[in-house]
Design a protein around this ligand. Structure first.
Ligand SMILES: NC(=O)c1ccc[n+]([C@@H]2O[C@H](COP(=O)([O-])OP(=O)(O)OC[C@H]3O[C@@H](n4cnc5c(N)ncnc54)[C@H](OP(=O)(O)O)[C@@H]3O)[C@@H](O)[C@H]2O)c1
Length: 271
């Protein structure tokens, strides 16, 4: 299987409320040139996202949504997918992900079966042509290996927390060997990276902001950054990453930055 190719960066919509803001932000992003929009059932903004996407020829947009944790399992995943499609006002998705693996902390030895059942639903929808690509989110290597026990179609994407300080060399290598495309969530550390002195100094040398530096770094790593903003200026700024390249030493320095996971560990999640 060839590794999936999709528009970079993607526009993220986590925490953008569906009070007109999601619609306006996605409209702004599409106007600025993004062609890849990432949402999820749990973001509760699929309706607004869908209204903005509907203003464009559908085939020009790469649209992702995700199966929420309360809808895991075969039948419930099929129903959840239909609901997402209906809210988004479209008849197919470009990518659909299992948002979080069921983990042993919550589900004990039943966890792999729950993930397998959800995956079987995604495989069916993929075979029916209602999803163009299927994948995972927040799956660590061991979750993916457990999926192997039953999967008939290999996952095409793993969307995970990845940013300076948490560059995931091991998982990236594992995914590369399997042609699984890695997408990075919270690449900007939800804004925290904007005040990092190392990134500010390095960005100064390129005439780029920390956000632009990080987005470029993700792309040079072969990953797909998903970046969220509700501000038109930042939405545009975050696309201006194709007129420079990082020197090897700078790319390596960002990759080597120390830090660690900032958000939920998938094996510890209790939601
Ligand atoms: N699969 C998962 O479990 C999962 C989890 C989290 C996120 N995601 C996806 O990944 C996307 C990105 O992650 P994220 O939203 O958590 O965080 P992020 O994109 O790393 O950071 C977003 C934050 O950075 C600020 N920001 C954006 N561009 C900026 C710039 N140029 N200068 C200064 N500040 C800037 C935004 O503020 P303003 O909006 O105020 O501009 C916002 O507060 C999400 O939206 C979602 O689609 C997936």
């Amino acid at each position: 299987m060839m590794i999936l190719s999709l528009p970079k960066p993607g526009f993220g919509t986590f925490k953008i409320p569906d009070d007109g803001t999601a619609e306006a932000s996605v409209r702004e992003a599409l106007k600025a040139g993004y062609r890849h929009i990432d949402t999820a059932a749990v973001y509760a903004n699929e309706a607004g996202v869908g209204r903005a996407v509907a203003e464009w020829p559908r085939q020009e947009i790469f649209l992702t949504s995700k199966l929420w944790n309360t809808e895991r399992g075969y039948d419930s995943a099929l129903r959840a997918f239909d609901k997402s499609l209906s809210l988004l006002g479209t008849d197919y998705l470009d990518l659909y992900l299992i948002h979080w693996p069921a983990n042993r902390k919550q589900f004990g030895d039943k966890a792999p079966k729950i993930n397998a059942d959800s995956w079987r639903a995604l495989e069916r929808l993929y075979r029916e042509g209602r999803i163009k690509a299927i994948g995972l989110s927040n799956f660590e290597q061991h979750h993916i290996e457990e999926l192997d026990w039953t999967a008939e179609i290999a996952p095409m994407v793993d969307q995970v927390e990845l940013h300076p300080g948490f560059s995931r060399a091991g998982l990236r290598e594992f995914c590369a060997k399997r042609d699984i495309l890695v997408e990075c969530w919270s690449p900007l550390q939800r804004g925290k990276a904007m005040v990092d002195p190392t990134l500010l100094e390095m960005g100064g040398r390129y005439g780029k902001t920390p956000a632009q530096l990080i987005i470029r770094w993700c792309i040079e790593l072969g990953t797909v950054p998903l970046v969220k903003s509700t501000h038109a200026e930042r939405i545009r700024e975050n696309l201006e990453v194709f007129d420079f390249a990082l020197a090897d030493a700078d790319r390596d320095a960002i990759t080597a930055m120390e830090g660690g996971r900032l958000y939920t560990d998938p094996d510890q999640a209790e939601f």
